[in-house]
Design a protein around this ligand. Sequence first.
Ligand SMILES: Cc1cc2nc3c(=O)[nH]c(=O)nc-3n(C[C@H](O)[C@H](O)[C@H](O)COP(=O)(O)OP(=O)(O)OC[C@H]3O[C@@H](n4cnc5c(N)ncnc54)[C@H](O)[C@@H]3O)c2cc1C
Length: 343
Amino acid sequence: MVNKSGGVLVYAECKRRKLNRITLELLSAGRYLAGKLNSEVSAVLIGYKVRELAKELICYGADRAYVVDHQSFRYYVPLTYAKVIADLIISSEPEIVLFPADSIGRDLAPRVAAKLNTGLTADCIELDIGDYEDPISGRHYEKLLYQVRPAFSGDIIATIVVPERRPQMATVRPGSFDPLPRDLGREGEIVAIPVNLGGEGGVMEVIKVVEEESSTDLRDAKIIVSGGRGVGGPYGFKLLRELAKELGAKLGASRAAVEAGWISYSHQVGLTGQIVKPKIYIACGISGAIQHIVGIREAGVIIAINRDPDAPIFDYADYGIVGDLFEVIPALISKIKEVKCNK
Ligand SMILES: Cc1cc2nc3c(=O)[nH]c(=O)nc-3n(C[C@H](O)[C@H](O)[C@H](O)COP(=O)(O)OP(=O)(O)OC[C@H]3O[C@@H](n4cnc5c(N)ncnc54)[C@H](O)[C@@H]3O)c2cc1C
């Protein structure tokens, strides 16, 4: 029998009448956790003209979709969104609430946690359910949310639990879970939530929204060619772009290359960039700092090109090429071209 109280609540996001990929990832995480708790997954979607997406939430894993559809929610407004979610949590009492670790989730989740006087673990890369014994009180807690995230600048991976406060709340890094396949046969409940903004309504008004140019989403890339400080400048990335083009790959970068201004942040891979899972990851002139490795742990095959044979990247690489990337990459490109020509 499924336990209806408690359960997992996912904050759902959409853009241009489509659920964001991170929402699908959170629903997948929610299903995994709810399975362990013998409980249910709910999702809350707030916006304007978003009602039709409720069924999609169910297709991707929700048992229940709460929809708050009103023109005052056309744009994200922190105060009103936080109030609606906090009210819903108070009335539905989920055990666990998940938010995306994106710009909105990072703003919204702490506001909701503060309203509910509970804890929040930011930037989780793994979630699980397990027991915990408090070493001081000796008290035993069952079925807590294990919130796994890099700590101390990524030098350690910490598992954080919240034994007493409820709900247990976390933001989850995009790319940490794979979405479930869309199942049109899934059934669930759709609940329209009436809008009650109370004193929070009208305090803030969005006057204009200026959208950033489309960013680079590396999470679906099958092959990524990534460059670090070793590429030496924008001209080095020109060479990497050529290799990426030949391989049908996307371009990634280390933080050092991004901070040097050689490539935009949307290409950054790692702790403070994107978590990627390509079949092949080619690291060129990247030393292999732990904060970079955190982002590529689930890559299929890692190929490293580095002129320093002692570079830490070789500890993680499946194939390592010790050499100057300005010699190795042109040789690779001409070999790929030759193979393509002979096909
Ligand atoms: C809180 C925090 C968050 C961070 N988040 C991230 C993150 O998300 N992503 C990230 O990448 N980093 C992150 N960092 C930074 C990280 O610690 C490293 O500083 C960074 O990854 C180093 O980048 P790099 O490997 O390109 O540069 P370096 O460490 O300088 O390595 C350059 C490498 O290039 C090689 N090289 C040089 N010339 C050539 C050549 N011609 N041919 C071949 N090889 C060559 C060198 O041997 C060297 O190994 C973070 C740090 C902190 C503290």
